[in-house]
Design a protein around this ligand. Structure first.
Ligand SMILES: [Fe+2]
Length: 223
């Protein structure tokens, strides 16, 4: 469920203020997801090791820059709609409905196995947001579709490292980030990231609450 937001005093011409509020709420979680993804991409950039280090390390910086631009566009759309974009880490952690990326220092291909699940989560949720935005505001719908073009291309870059000659993905059956990391790079165990003490109990609760979902560790969900 999207975090609730106050009804704006004004919004873009052609929408009621309540319609503006609905779009602001929808965009707020997309903003959190994009900011989270940009930070996660840098975390991976810093923690990849192994023979594919330089290829993956360097591949991720342009993705980070593009995702930051997407977050900027989402935030400025919230402002244009009369809302208040929340860009602080505290707001992100308080309002997000998914867990932190869980893999620490690990083989580059193992990280890509896990990152594939992260991209799947954010893309699925962006697509849901496109459907909802399309019922109210085609301009926001268009913005999110533009994001998807980039996100789906980046997921392809990741998946190309996991794909066999026959076209199957090494991590296809994995439903957690750690499982996907193991499947992508067998024999090179991924270390579970050390969790900050303050957030670990909250994250444990979220994991429990969301147990049974397809991608417990990485699911980016707007629900
Ligand atoms: Fe760097």
């Amino acid at each position: 469920m999207s975090p609730s937001r106050p009804t704006p005093r004004y919004t873009v011409p052609g929408l009621s203020v309540d319609e503006g509020r609905q779009v602001i709420e929808l965009l707020t979680l997309r903003l959190h997801a994009l900011n989270d993804l940009a930070l996660t991409l840098k975390h991976i950039h810093w923690n990849v090791v192994g023979p594919h280090f330089i290829a993956v390390h360097e591949m991720l910086d342009p993705q980070t820059a593009a995702v930051r631009d997407m977050a900027d566009a989402a935030a400025e759309r919230i402002s244009a709609l009369g809302g208040e974009p929340l860009g602080t880490p505290g707001a992100l952690v308080a309002e997000r409905t998914w867990d932190d990326y869980s893999v620490g220092r690990a083989d580059a291909i193992a990280h890509l196995g896990a990152l594939d699940l992260v991209y799947t989560g954010i893309i699925e949720d962006h697509r849901e947001a496109v459907e909802k935005a399309g019922e109210i505001d085609p301009v926001t719908e268009d913005l999110l579709i533009e994001h998807l073009r980039g996100l789906e291309q980046f997921q392809w870059f990741v998946r190309a490292h996991l794909e066999s000659n026959s076209g199957s993905l090494a991590n296809a059956d994995a439903d957690t980030e750690e499982g996907a990391a193991r499947a992508a790079s067998p024999g090179k165990a991924a270390t579970k990231r050390t969790q900050a003490k303050k957030t670990s109990s909250a994250e444990a609760k979220k994991t429990t609450k969301r147990a049974g979902k397809k991608t417990t560790a990485s699911k980016r969900t707007t629900r």
